[in-house]
Design a protein around this ligand. Structure first.
Ligand SMILES: Cc1cc2nc3c(=O)[nH]c(=O)nc-3n(C[C@H](O)[C@H](O)[C@H](O)COP(=O)(O)O)c2cc1C
Length: 173
């Protein structure tokens, strides 16, 4: 990967993963990239929960599928799930958490790891099962689920970017 811009342009959402686990060393590099995202007034409102435990990963997948109302694995077989939540008391918490998600996906891509943003974290962490996970980690406070960044090695061909719409950018010179 040559530059950040190359990385941004070539990253795609992956929806088919090998079951192979990612090493702790690589996961740590990815979450550290999340930790250095900009946040409103440097409040650092987000937190990241890195799940590699298969039982917890499967429980989250089931919960997410239930919220979606479909009997599938919404994590596409990815072995690692990074959950981003953010402190609701920070007025910029959704923006803060979303930027963390962006950093995670880009860092993963630079390191040769596939990723996809999976939604419904908000609903998940409003449910007793989600709240129980926070409690088990001793996380106190009012956190809103922002997204799951699922990680794994890409199974199959790397997807191509959809064409960009024509009215993305306007210049005022
Ligand atoms: C807020 C948000 C929520 C998303 N939720 C899901 C999801 O639940 N499942 C999924 O497969 N992809 C999800 N995606 C990925 C988008 O579908 C994907 O980014 C989009 O199709 C563009 O593809 P690209 O990431 O390869 O450029 C989400 C992306 C964002 C930004």
């Amino acid at each position: 990967m040559e530059t950040v811009i190359d990385c941004i342009k070539s990253r795609r959402s992956i929806r088919c993963f090998k079951p192979d686990m990612i090493s702790k060393d690589i996961i740590e590099k990815i979450v550290v990239a999340g930790k250095f995202a900009a946040t409103g007034m440097n409040r650092q409102s987000p937190i990241i929960i890195a799940v590699t435990n298969k039982e917890v990963r499967d429980k989250l997948s089931k919960l997410n599928a239930e919220i979606m109302g479909r009997d599938i694995d919404p994590f596409y077989g990815a072995p690692v799930v990074l959950i981003v939540l953010a402190d609701k008391n920070a007025p910029t918490h959704i923006y803060d958490g979303s930027l963390v998600m962006g950093n995670l996906m880009l860092a993963a891509h630079e390191l040769g790891v596939g990723s996809c943003w999976i939604h419904r974290a908000k609903e998940e962490f409003e449910r007793p099962e989600g709240l129980e996970i926070l409690k088990s980690l001793g996380i106190e406070g009012e956190y809103e689920g922002i997204g799951h960044c699922v990680l794994g090695y890409v199974d199959g061909e790397y997807p191509k970017a959809a064409p960009r719409k024509s009215n993305w950018i306007y210049f005022i010179d």
